[in-house]
Design a protein around this ligand. Structure first.
Ligand code: C2O
Ligand code: CU
Length: 459
């Protein structure tokens, strides 16, 4: 129960845990729709929202909301999102997990200047999955996401809809992130160079004291005695979570970054590095009416160990089920790989001070580091000295090995993978769909801003 030192320093009055109801982000409505395409508009603007009781917190939000509105899109339907920048700084929007043409992928220097807009075109020729959109401006992704520029983008398809999974109110997106607050309610973001030790502190990434779910501190949700699908998204800048129910209850993992797994997997915890997602089924029928069930973070202490709480409020009918097989996923065969490439993630000198590098180099938009051929299968070997969540744009991948071991779970598609300390992870992917420039980068947003990003060009 002891607040962390930074919290005491910040001094904002915190709510008692589990007193704030879980907010659900508004679902965006297309402003126009035709036979092939749904058109959305989001306006990036500042707003003041109540996150801590009685205090106004200034944010930067899509439509002034944090998280931004949820876009519920359909596989195979073109989705065009016009993003208007009404902020005082340039932005870039990236659809994380999107199979997107390069001009709409949010390459980190494709800036949308204040007072202008850009139409991001998402063909969505991809399977159902829990995606998210967020800011991607080079050097400023960390602060701009911290201030609120992130939201859910859920893709649905027929394969998923045919399954008896929990849906409607029992399909709950949960964006989990950490923030710190000052006594006036503001969420300070540390300056990169201020004071002795600041750069070192910044090197690890920016952590917050308070865990927010959908923008609320330690919220609570009343649930039926029934199965729920929880779409867990780690939207934190730098914090990794291991999420578990307490008192202990089984979670069934059904989905990953790239949609449904081949088969369900019963787990007692879900580990999520920044950028990763997991869709899980929590079965509240295993509890009694009136029970309180905490979603806890096993990697946190005190306030950072609490995430949210469910209270079983009603007996209710449940027609959902967890099918034995979920999705057809073909394993990519390493024997078909045309190339193996190595990417080493280290710290090192970046223009005269310490930064984060890939293969010894900081990001440079004028340089292309790899040129995979369209349609080609490749193995990418990622090696790190310290932990990095690595995200690949455009091409979902399968993990072949991590730390020398084959993954033990069901086959799944990923777009972000955690490299543990001193580990090598081998991923296999096929570059399909579009030629052009994309990036591979660390999803610790401070590492990303400190240049741990590499451009590849599909040719
Ligand atoms: Cu979620 Cu390149 O980012
Ligand atoms: Cu990193």
């Amino acid at each position: 129960r002891t607040p962390s030192p930074r919290l005491l320093a910040g001094g904002a009055p915190l709510p008692k845990p589990y007193t704030v109801p879980l907010p659900l982000p508004a679902v965006a409505k297309p402003h126009r729709t035709d036979t092939t395409t749904d058109y959305y508009e989001l306006v990036q603007r500042t707003a003041e929202v109540e996150i801590l009781p009685g205090l106004r917190t200034p944010i930067w939000g899509y439509d002034g909301q944090f998280p931004g509105p949820t876009i519920r899109a359909r596989s195979g339907r073109r989705t065009v999102v016009r993003v208007t920048n009404s902020l005082g700084a340039p932005t870039v929007t990236h659809l994380h997990g999107g199979h997107t043409p390069p001009e709409s992928d949010g390459y980190p220097t494709d800036l949308v200047q204040p007072g202008t807009h850009r139409d991001y075109v998402f063909p969505l020729e991809q399977r159902a999955a829990t995606l998210w959109y967020h800011d991607h401006r080079m050097d400023f992704t960390g602060p701009q996401v911290w201030r609120g520029l992130a939201g859910f983008f859920l893709v649905g398809d027929d394969e998923e809809e045919a399954l008896p999974l929990p849906s409607g109110e029992r399909d709950v997106p949960l964006l989990i992130c950490d923030r710190s607050f000052q006594a006036d309610g503001t969420m300070p973001y540390p300056a990169r160079h201020d004071g002795p030790g600041a750069r070192e502190a910044f090197m690890g990434g920016v952590l917050g004291d308070v865990i927010l779910v959908n923008g609320a501190p330690w919220p609570q949700l009343g649930v039926d005695r029934a199965r729920y699908r929880l779409r867990l998204l780690n939207g934190s800048n730098a914090r990794t979570y291991e999420l578990a129910l307490s008192p202990g209850g089984a979670l069934t993992r059904i989905g990953s970054d790239g949609g449904l797994l081949a088969a369900p997997q019963t787990v007692d915890r879900v580990r999520l590095a920044p950028g990763e997602r997991a869709d899980v089924i929590a079965d509240f029928a295993a509890y009694r009416l009136g029970d309180h069930i905490e979603l806890r973070n096993l990697l946190g202490e005190g306030p950072q160990a609490r995430v949210m709480r469910f209270t079983v409020e009603r007996d209710a009918r449940d027609d959902s089920a967890i099918p034995k097989t979920l999705s057809r996923i073909e394993p990519l065969d390493p024997a078909t790989a045309a190339v193996t490439r190595d990417f080493e993630f280290t710290s090192g000198d970046m223009h005269g001070h310490t930064g984060w590098l890939i293969n010894g180099k900081p990001f440079d938009a004028r340089r292309v580091d790899a040129r995979p051929k369209l349609g080609q299968v490749e193995i990418w070997r990622l090696t790190s000295d310290v932990a990095h969540p690595v995200h690949l744009h455009l091409a979902p991948f399968q993990v072949l090995s991590a730390g020398g071991e084959r993954p033990s779970g069901p086959l799944e598609w990923k777009d972000t993978v955690e490299l543990r300390e001193a580990q090598t992870v081998e991923i296999i992917t096929r570059f399909t769909g579009y030629r052009g420039r994309y990036v591979l980068h660390c999803h610790n947003l401070e590492h990303e801003d400190m240049a741990m990003m590499s451009t590849f060009e599909v040719v």
